[in-house]
Design a protein around this ligand. Structure first.
Ligand code: IMP
Length: 176
């Protein structure tokens, strides 16, 4: 498997959309004591690019989860990294790279909600609504995409391609 030759989203298009999202978040979170929670590892580039354009009272921490697929709709989610920052009373903004079936994000949101935040919002760079199993409705979406597996800009296939500055569709190797 390898990334497509032409990107699905060029680095410039991603940068433009991230700037628009930052504008919306700056408006909505103005004067709010905000805790930004990027989801590791896929959200690293998105978080880094976005947070440098935020002009709100901000703290940053991280969260990481892994979901095990039993059946298509079942399985469990394990939390590998949890924030040490206080959740209670904060306006928490979870930053995802991609919402696919929604199982991981749903579990993350449930876990954070139990910490009694003042508000809990979800921003995802990519959304694949056609794949949804768990009900998850992001407040901010960078791009909606079809049911394709993508890599780059933080997202991986078997831990590869996170470093690519653009987003590509993963394709089968061409036959020799
Ligand atoms: P979920 O199915 O929404 O729980 O997604 C679980 C995780 O799978 C996401 O947080 C991503 O890390 C990964 N994932 C889902 N779709 C893609 C993709 O197209 N490319 C890379 N990773 C993906």
């Amino acid at each position: 498997m390898r990334p497509s030759e032409a990107p699905l989203f060029q680095a410039e298009a991603i940068a433009r959309r991230v700037a628009e999202l930052a504008g919306e978040i700056n408006r909505d979170f103005k004067d709010r004591d905000t805790l930004l929670l990027p989801v590791l590892k896929g959200g690293i580039h998105f978080a880094s690019d976005l947070m440098r354009q935020l002009d709100i009272p901000l703290r940053v921490d991280f969260i990481r989860a892994r979901s095990y697929r039993g059946t298509e709709s079942g399985g469990s989610v394990e939390f590998l990294v949890l924030p040490t920052e206080t959740i209670e009373g904060r306006h928490v903004l979870l930053l995802e790279d991609i919402v696919d079936t929604g199982r991981t994000t749903h579990a993350l949101l449930e876990r954070l909600r139990a910490g009694a935040p003042a508000s809990l919002s979800l921003c995802t760079l990519l959304d694949k609504p056609a794949r949804r199993i768990c009900e998850v409705h992001p407040h901010y979406v960078g791009f909606e995409i079809e049911d394709r597996f993508v890599v780059g800009y933080g997202m991986d296939y078997e831990e590869r391609y996170r470093e690519l500055p653009a987003i590509y569709v993963l394709e089968e190797d061409a036959p020799r």
